[in-house]
Design a protein. Structure first.
Length: 429
């Protein structure tokens, strides 16, 4: 709720522990006269989460909104490098934020793509490799039903009608509302929408510090704001720590490597073929994804990365990020033997033939000669809770005075983003 004099309004900040947050609703003229850059809302990060939040703020609350990003284009990291799969809400424990927001976000995102004419590849199957995985498959079915996701358990013959080359043991889970889109096409359309609404988007602007709770330092550029929304992806922990928020959390990067089916063999996959995952961890395993352009990607891995932008083997390594990744991965390895086994398994996928063996378990007719490397490496910015020595499995959002910090915007964040934006605006309101 807003109330007060024009140009200076008080916000009922019940979402901030009942404290009263003072924000300034400014006109362009007021901002110019004061001699420095001021906004009602400053969003840090122009990925899918930052863009959708900024748009929802502008539509719902009004005021001046600015998005800043250190890169030269939207979605330069996780948002533009992900698989483009809009998840249907199958994997997540009922009652979690991921469960609540993924189903609604999936619906909203599919409708948005229909509206904008963005192509979609529809459908997904989750297949088993042994009878031991059937109980986990049924647990996924139970979660999906509880979350409101549409799924159907199919037998081996029915699977062949959906994905002729896929194989399963006993049963597979079919999801008609899982679709694949081009993530960059979605981001470009959202950027157009943001600018059409009057949202200022400033690329090449990196937030480096805070002067006070209403002033951000962007390498010497002073940005004043009423409310800050931290949607900085892999660096959201650092920005939160500037405000002394979420000190128990650090982000550990995981590298997602891909291969692809050679074009002449792309017909072997019609949509999406996934394995039954180890539901103790927030990773879904190597899978097949057909893109709207007809490319069939195989992956990704979940290999610990050496830095937050370490897309190559030894590139973009920062000493502090390397030390942090080694430190917290080591802690997790010591505290959880299952994580150690997972780590060994994932690291083995650097060996092409072992990666291929993992993929062949889903597609038995696959031959090593039918795959080739694919350059679109991604980084998963996975949150680690140092107080519990465990990986965060749900979205994590921390609020503090006039700032909101999105700290675990990993999959299904792309899917959930429209619903997630409504959730964050609800915190502001």
């Amino acid at each position: 709720m807003r109330y007060g004099m024009p140009g200076r309004e008080l916000w009922d900040a019940s979402g901030f522990g009942g404290k009263l947050v003072i924000c300034t609703m400014l006109t362009d003229d007021t901002r110019t006269k004061r001699g420095f850059t001021m906004y009602d809302y400053l969003v840090v990060g122009c990925g899918i989460v930052g863009l959708t939040i900024a748009i929802e703020i502008k539509k719902t609350l009004g005021g001046s909104v600015c998005i800043i990003d250190k890169e030269s284009a939207p979605g330069a990291h996780a948002s533009g490098r992900n698989s483009g799969v809009l998840h249907a809400g199958i994997y997540y424990k009922p009652g979690t934020l991921k469960a609540k927001l993924s189903v609604e976000g999936n619906r909203m995102m599919r409708e948005y793509c229909d509206l904008k004419g963005i192509a979609q590849v529809k459908g997904k199957v989750i297949v088993t490799k042994s009878t031991a995985e059937i109980e986990t498959l049924r647990e996924l079915e139970r979660r999906a039903v509880a979350n409101g996701a549409q799924v159907t358990m199919v037998d081996e013959n029915e699977l062949k009608e959906i994905e002729p080359y896929a194989s399963t043991v006993g049963f597979a889970l079919y999801s008609p509302n899982t679709v694949t889109v081009d993530p960059m096409e979605v981001l470009e359309k959202l950027l157009e929408d943001a600018r059409a609404l009057g949202i200022e988007v400033r690329f090449g602007v990196k937030m480096t510090g805070v002067d006070d709770r209403n002033t951000a330092d962007a390498e010497g550029l002073k940005l004043r704001f009423g409310t800050l929304i931290n949607a900085a992806g892999a660096y959201s922990d650092k920005i939160a720590h500037m405000y002394n928020v979420g000190r128990q959390y650090v982000i550990i990067p995981y590298k997602g490597l891909y291969y692809r089916l050679k074009d002449e063999h792309a017909h072997m996959v019609r949509s999406n073929i996934y394995p039954v995952p180890d539901i103790r961890f927030p990773f879904l395993g190597v899978h097949f994804t057909r893109t709207p352009k007809g490319i069939v990607k195989i992956g990704p891995t979940a290999i610990p990365a050496l830095s937050k932008e370490n897309y190559g083997f030894f590139d973009h390594i920062k000493k502090d990020e390397l030390a942090s990744a080694l430190k917290y991965n080591a802690r997790k390895l010591v505290s959880d033997k299952n994580y150690l086994l997972l780590g060994i398994k994932e690291m083995s996928k650097y060996v092409p033939h072992l990666f291929f063996k993992e993929a062949k378990g889903l597609l038995p007719a696959l031959e090593y000669s039918q795959i080739e490397s694919y350059p679109n490496t991604g980084i998963r910015a996975q949150l680690f809770d140092t107080s519990k020595q465990e990986l965060a499995t749900d979205f994590v959002v921390e609020t503090h005075e006039n700032s909101i910090h999105v700290l675990n915007a990993v999959s299904p964040a792309f899917t959930s983003s429209p619903a997630f934006a409504e959730y964050v605006v609800g915190l502001i309101k």
